[in-house]
Design a binder for this molecule. Structure first.
Ligand code: ATP
Ligand code: MG
Length: 210
């Protein structure tokens, strides 16, 4: 009957990992679409730790990336942000993220959300066998990347979402070139980038000291 079924249903927690340098509408649409399709109760955004070198480029301070993620998600009651990765020393491995969140939220069923490009990387991780026990994986489409089903050997759900041809790399380059990022990232993130001079080499030296 109804009360029993309500009790039996586990809390469904989505996990959106990323560098979020900066967070943009592609991330937010992906989280929102998966939340709707998989009936998630909450999606927790988890900015990666530092120090961290990505594609040979220095990544912004974790605190900036964390705060931009908080600003971008603040209006959605189902979106939250976790510090587990930025508070853990060293580079971020998804196996650690999942283990920490499973420990913090023992009653939750975990759904790890990734774009098509990140899914390719997951398949090459050395801990790959361990992570399938910790969470369901949901791969979403991303313009310019192919979403493979890897022969369905693994517990991956694939989902087509509205195509947002936005990347953090492009946002950073636009800011550096003096081009707008309005409507690519949330308004508060545009303002945060300007306030601290992120992605503008000369300004960010000043911004670092306040
Ligand atoms: P960068 O260009 O710095 O790599 P990014 O735009 O790829 O930044 P990440 O923080 O690397 O953003 O990505 C976090 C997660 O969000 C990854 O799983 C990535 O595949 C996914 N993602 C990022 N942008 C999109 C998008 N436009 N559509 C769908 N998924 C996306
Ligand atoms: Mg990326």
């Amino acid at each position: 009957d109804v009360p029993d079924r309500a009790e039996a249903r586990r809390f469904r927690l989505g996990i959106m990992g990323g560098t979020f340098d900066p967070i943009h509408h592609g991330h937010l649409v992906a989280a929102s679409e998966v939340a709707s399709e998989f009936d998630l109760d909450e999606v927790v955004f988890v900015p990666t730790g530092e120090p961290w070198q990505k594609s040979g480029q220095q990544v912004s301070a974790a605190e900036h990336r964390y705060l931009m993620t908080v600003i971008a998600t603040a209006a959605n009651p189902r979106f939250t942000v976790s510090r587990v990765d930025i508070d853990r020393p060293g580079p971020t491995y998804t196996a650690d993220t999942l283990r920490d969140l499973a420990q913090l939220r023992p009653d939750a069923e975990l759904f790890f959300i990734t774009g098509a490009d990140a899914m390719e990387q997951i398949m090459t991780w050395k801990d790959v066998d361990r992570i399938w026990d910790l969470a369901h994986f949901v791969g979403v489409t991303r313009p310019g990347h192919e979403l493979n089903d890897f022969g369905r050997k693994t517990d991956i759900s694939l989902m087509e979402i509205p195509a947002m041809a936005i990347s953090s790399t492009d946002c950073r380059r636009r800011v550096e070139a003096g081009k707008p990022v309005w409507y690519l990232v949330p308004d508060g993130v545009v303002q945060y980038i300007g306030k601290y001079g992120l992605y503008t080499p000369k300004l960010s030296e000043v911004g670092a000291s306040g």
